[in-house]
Ligand binder design. Structure first.
Ligand SMILES: Nc1ncnc2c1ncn2[C@@H]1O[C@H](COP(=O)(O)OP(=O)(O)OP(=O)(O)O)[C@@H](O)[C@H]1O
Ligand SMILES: [Mg+2]
Length: 404
């Protein structure tokens, strides 16, 4: 029903909603005005192992702005954890500079580094809670180390446990909690010393999808209510999609792409981003659709509508202007960093020349159009038989589509 309304252009017709969305598109694509909170410059980290040198990070530079949720994605072994550990100097980089809130971390050592680290909270995939301490005891721990007085600790712990929704579990032990609850304790503990920056290393990777959503929602609320800047690394696209504003992609220790989530997800420029997204998007589209056999003259297309164009009845207009038949097989609308993003898989048929013209019309309207290669009836291959290719399909396994 939602997709139907969107096709008719009804979903975003409301004026106020339209303004909000337009503003979101503008904001997501314009650089923030403030000074960066985190500056990473020419960061290089090598590990030596058994006479072999591993370049875990090579010349990585980027900035994170106050109030942002900044994601870093990459395949396993890309260097994500090394990057996050170089930011709080749990690993010392071989080259480059890290500045957090005006303080050059890479120049610090000893007590000054310990002091600076207190301003950076961290949460982990496996929570890293102390099993012998209660929930309250875990959250109190960093405050005890910092020498904060008992009454202040008690008040602060109660406040933090309320914030993460565990006010009634203060005296429980970690073994008595679910994974999601353990991560909430981890978040409360990370916030105890009032950090200016929260680092998250795969904080939701050990959680089931539903719990992941609720933990991400909590992080989003903390970001919005407290203005806390969050840098999160993950290999899960839905994490980035759900809460990040901007994202960087690292591949084999190199930063290959950085930009607003809406831009990177809808028009990835690096091969690794395309690969990560292709895997994710294929999980979204039922395989029987991608593998659907085509009749002569029929083409299977993946359409992407980002921002403003998601508000317009483009497909309805297309069918009015061109003598082609569009059959919608799959549709989905979501938000990417506050920007609406619609995706459709359609079957389009008609005179080949008209089909090409219809696709050109879609592109002119700002729609991403990509042909999905798929199973064909025996003796025929899509794009043959005198049909002009609509676009060079992205190299992908047989029967699967790629992301343009
Ligand atoms: N202490 C270490 N000693 C030697 N090599 C290391 C060390 N830490 C990381 N590496 C290597 O550096 C590279 C990057 O590792 P890193 O843990 O940063 O990857 P990652 O992107 O976090 O991967 P994953 O998604 O699997 O957690 C890998 O090749 C890894 O084997
Ligand atoms: Mg890691």
């Amino acid at each position: 029903m939602l997709v139907g309304a969107w096709l008719q252009g009804e979903l975003f017709r409301d004026g106020r909603e339209g303004d909000r969305l337009e503003r979101a598109v503008r904001e997501a694509n314009s650089p923030p005005a403030a000074e960066p909170l985190v500056v990473v410059e020419h960061l290089t980290k090598r590990f030596r192992q058994g006479g072999r040198e591993i370049a875990a990070l090579s010349d990585v530079s980027f900035e994170v702005y106050p109030g942002e949720i900044f994601g870093v994605m990459g395949l396993s072994g890309a260097g994500k954890s090394t990057l996050i550990r170089c930011i709080n100097l749990l690993e010392r980089p071989d080259e480059g500079r890290v500045v957090v809130a005006g303080q050059e971390m890479t120049r610090l050592s000893g007590p000054a580094l310990m002091q600076a680290r207190r301003r950076i909270g961290m949460i982990f995939q496996h929570f890293a809670l102390l099993s012998s301490r209660t929930v309250a005891g875990n959250v109190a721990f960093p405050l005890e180390i910092a020498g904060v007085s008992r009454p202040v600790i008690a008040a602060r712990v109660a406040e933090l446990l309320d914030l993460v929704g565990l006010g009634d579990r203060a005296q429980a032990y970690p073994s008595q909690l679910s994974g999601g609850q353990k991560q909430r304790v981890g978040i409360a503990r990370a916030l105890a010393s009032e950090p200016v920056l929260l680092l998250s290393d795969e904080a939701t990777s050990a959680l089931d999808p539903e719990t992941t959503v609720s933990v991400l929602q909590l992080l989003k609320e903390i970001n919005q209510k407290m203005g806390l800047t969050i840098l999160m690394i993950t290999h899960e696209m839905q994490v980035i999609r759900q809460i990040c504003h901007r994202v960087a992609v690292i591949d084999q220790g190199r930063l290959v792409e950085v930009g607003p989530v809406a831009q990177v997800f809808s028009r990835p420029s690096s091969e690794v981003a395309r690969r990560l997204l292709r895997e994710q998007l294929q999980e979204d589209v039922p395989p029987y659709i991608l593998e659907r056999a085509r009749k002569p003259g029929q083409r299977l297309l993946r359409l992407g509508f980002l921002g403003q164009v998601a508000q317009e009845p483009v497909v309805a207009e297309l069918m009015r202007q061109f003598p082609v038949v569009v059959n919608v097989l799959f549709g989905r609308i979501e938000e990417l960093g506050g920007v609406p993003w619609g995706r459709l898989v359609v079957e389009i048929s008609g005179d080949p020349g008209q089909v090409v013209a219809a696709c050109e019309y879609l592109r002119r309207r700002g729609v991403e159009v990509e042909e999905i290669e798929g199973a064909s009836p025996p003796g025929e291959t899509p794009g043959q038989g005198g049909e002009e290719p609509l676009r060079e399909p992205v190299a992908s396994p047989p029967g699967k589509g790629g992301v343009a």
